[in-house]
Design a protein. Structure first.
Length: 88
């Protein structure tokens, strides 16, 4: 029996200007936001070489991460939440 996709996970969100500067125009579901953030991080080689779970923010990501220079991958999802607003 095929798994059903949770419709809450596919709900599109409007993105803040700071987040759109990093991943492009929205609206996007949260899963796609996280996927595109990782694409950006890998493309610009922003993972800490000593601890790949940490992200070293460039100027664009600092705006999304509240000015922090380094965040964990778990902290990243929390810091992105304020940049997402529900579509109507």
């Amino acid at each position: 029996m095929p798994r059903k996709v949770n419709p809450a996970l596919m709900k599109p969100y409007n993105l803040s200007e700071e987040l759109e500067a990093v991943i492009g125009k929205g609206p996007l579901p949260r899963s796609q936001v996280v996927k595109k953030l990782w694409e950006y991080i890998k493309k610009h080689d922003l993972q800490n070489p000593k601890n790949k779970r940490n992200i070293l923010a460039d100027e664009k990501l600092k705006l999304v991460f509240g000015g922090k220079k380094e965040v964990t991958m778990f902290e990243m999802t929390k810091l992105v939440s304020p940049h997402l607003t529900a579509t109507e």
